[in-house]
Design a protein around this ligand. Structure first.
Ligand code: SF4
Ligand code: SF4
Length: 596
């Protein structure tokens, strides 16, 4: 037994390990990444773990393993589920043999995502059960249970924590005991493993029958509880349960609380029991009104239901105790006392920026210089650290839709508007995940694109996970490193140049060559992420020759540079990585490399 502080994602990981998971596959994405990293740290020789090339591949690998009977876990963030949706929807019909748990972490806020989509809605759409943990402790318990539920119903099962649950920590008793499989994985040939229209029709019918069975089972679940004896009811899902508990305790409120730990399928019998105890209900849940709509359907107008439709809770953003308190007070008709102004100091706003010495800054700057004579240039960005190229002064991201879209958005623009110039940026991990099909499309359709692959040899944004170009697997084993240049040529690109982005002249020249090339063309700007590069032995320093033009700051925005009280540039040597980009910009040569 270990009783210590666990982050929600660690608890989920250990829940899977203790449930006897054998195959783990995922693609990194905040707030889900630490689940796989925790399993890797366990170093269990009988668990095969991989960072797959993307979420679709991860889902299919987990599906294959489940067909053979192995318990499998697939992990991703909520937008990753869009990539994995194709296999997911068919898998809901086909079903599984070994338990398959899909850990999909949602990001209300959103803190680090392009959407606030609600995986509970996805579960409903796919007719698949979903657990919605309120705390790290519950995330552990739900993950363990999800595997047995998956096997009992032969269906993939979602566990959907939100950022607060993933990244909060709690003291949990986690036993060292692991479940062991009754038999070794063994794939048996069955007609059901092949999806055909006639089979889909039959399976869809069976899936609908299972919804009722699941709802009945969930009505008996320890994760769905009713507390209190008031005629005023509150139904609450996910982490909002803890906020509601806190508000109820602090203000001594008399309500009946229906905690919904399995929002889909809604535990109907439990909901009926709740309705029999109350005259009205306030529903509190982040993002979409999944529980609210479910309760409305069961209720059939018997009791009044308040929630998002009535404006008691917001439809977007992350909740807090304050938001939940306001909703409950409004519902109970309690007049709010004016808040005593907080005495906490105002913290300065710190928007995210590329790190000092980041090679992407050099690539963006070179691209802007290479394109400066063009009348109209659209910078088509992508998902990763380099999305931060949108910030001033670089302003090098005009579009950003989803992973891989920078390459294909550019093609749409080229087709639509005559004379437009585009430049598409993609990182190395995203290139493997979602970039290659867009490149093939450009070559096939003869659409001229200028592509810059920002290759820093890692998945930097999520904490330096390996990918097919790194030469090693998630389990640390050496493997073949796929070469981006070779792949680009194999895709039919005839102009492919590889440069070091800190070789400014060569990079500008290569990008200029690419944009003037008559056909799709690519430049790979290759330099390690500053966190993976050797520690710098030198720094850069501004000398007395500085004339205070601040060109160095205004053009590249390196966070290591600021103006001093005399309006001259100064470099914070603790932050400077000595990349030299600023030195090349100074018109009077006032920035010099010096040893540390
Ligand atoms: S570009 Fe050179 S002269 Fe201008 S502020 Fe920076 S260091 Fe000083
Ligand atoms: S050399 Fe200049 S651009 Fe590079 S990290 Fe140092 S201050 Fe920033």
């Amino acid at each position: 037994m270990t009783d210590k502080l666990y982050m929600g994602n660690e608890a989920i990981a250990l829940g899977a390990v203790n449930a006897g998971v054998k195959i783990v596959a995922g693609y990194p994405g905040t707030p889900s990444t630490e689940v796989i990293e925790t399993i890797l740290r366990q170093k269990k020789p009988d668990i095969n773990v991989q960072w797959s090339v993307n979420e679709k591949a991860a889902m299919e690998i987990a599906a294959g393993a489940c067909y053979a009977g192995a318990r499998s876990l697939v992990t991703m963030k909520q937008v990753g589920l869009n990539v994995a949706a194709d296999p997911l929807m068919s898998l809901a019909y086909i079903g599984v043999k070994g338990g398959l748990v899909m850990l999909v972490a949602d990001d209300p806020g959103p803190w680090s995502s392009q959407t606030e989509q609600d995986t509970r809605g996805f579960a409903k759409n796919a007719n698949l059960p979903v657990y919605d943990p309120a705390s790290p402790e519950e995330a552990y318990e739900m993950t363990r249970e999800a595997f047995s539920l998956s096997e009992e119903f032969a269906l993939p099962v979602f566990v959907r924590p939100t950022t607060r649950v993933c990244h909060a920590s709690a003291s949990i008793d986690i036993p060292d005991a692991r479940e062991t499989a009754k038999e070794a994985p063994c794939f048996e040939k069955r007609p059901e493993w092949c999806i055909f229209p006639a089979l889909s029709y039959k399976k869809h019918g069976e899936l609908e029958i299972k919804q009722k069975q699941l709802s009945d089972k969930f009505s008996e679940s320890r994760f769905n509880t009713i507390e209190g004896n008031s005629r005023k009811g509150i139904a609450v899902s996910g982490v909002s349960y803890l906020y509601a508990k806190e508000v109820i305790k602090e203000y001594g409120l008399d309500v009946t609380l229906f905690k919904v730990g399995t929002p889909y399928p809604l535990p109907e019998k439990k909901a009926e029991e709740f309705f029999s105890k109350v005259d009205s209900v306030l529903v509190i849940e982040e993002l979409d009104p999944i529980v609210e709509e479910g309760l409305l359907l069961i209720n059939q107008g018997r009791v009044e239901i308040f929630g998002k439709r009535t404006g008691h809770t917001p439809c977007n953003g992350e909740f807090s105790c304050e938001i939940v308190k306001r909703a409950i007070f409004k519902y109970l008709g309690i007049e709010e006392q004016p808040e005593t102004p907080a005495e906490t100091p105002q913290f300065p706003v710190r928007p995210p920026v590329l790190c000092p010495g980041c090679p992407h800054r050099a690539s963006f700057y070179a691209a802007k210089v290479a394109m400066k004579d063009e009348k109209k240039v659209v910078y088509c960005g992508d998902i990763g650290c380099y999305t931060l190229g949108n910030a001033a002064p670089l302003n090098a991201t005009d579009t950003c839709l989803c992973m891989g879209a920078g390459i294909t958005i550019a093609q749409g623009l080229q087709l639509a508007e005559e004379g437009i110039k585009t430049i598409s940026f993609i990182g190395d991990s995203s290139f493997f995940a979602s970039g290659i099909t867009g490149i093939i499309n450009a070559v096939y359709q003869k659409t001229k694109i200028t592509l810059v692959v920002l290759d820093n040899h890692t998945t930097a944004m999520t904490g330096h996970q390996p990918h097919p170009g790194t030469g090693f697997t998630a389990m640390g084993e050496p493997t073949k490193a796929l070469d981006i240049e070779t792949l680009l040529r194999a895709c039919g690109m005839e102009y492919v140049k590889k440069v070091n982005p800190f070789d400014f002249e060569a990079t500008v020249e290569a990008i200029r060559g690419a944009k003037n090339f008559d056909g799709p063309a690519a430049v790979i700007t290759e330099a390690p992420c500053v966190f993976k590069a050797p520690k710098p032995v030198s720094t850069h320093r501004v000398n007395d020759a500085c004339i205070g033009c601040l060109k160095c700051i205004k053009e590249i925005g390196c966070p290591a540079m600021t103006p001093d009280e005399n309006g001259k540039a100064v470099i914070n040597e603790a932050l400077c990585t000595s990349c030299g980009l600023c030195a090349g910009i100074c018109p009077v040569g006032a920035i010099k490399e010096v040893s540390r």
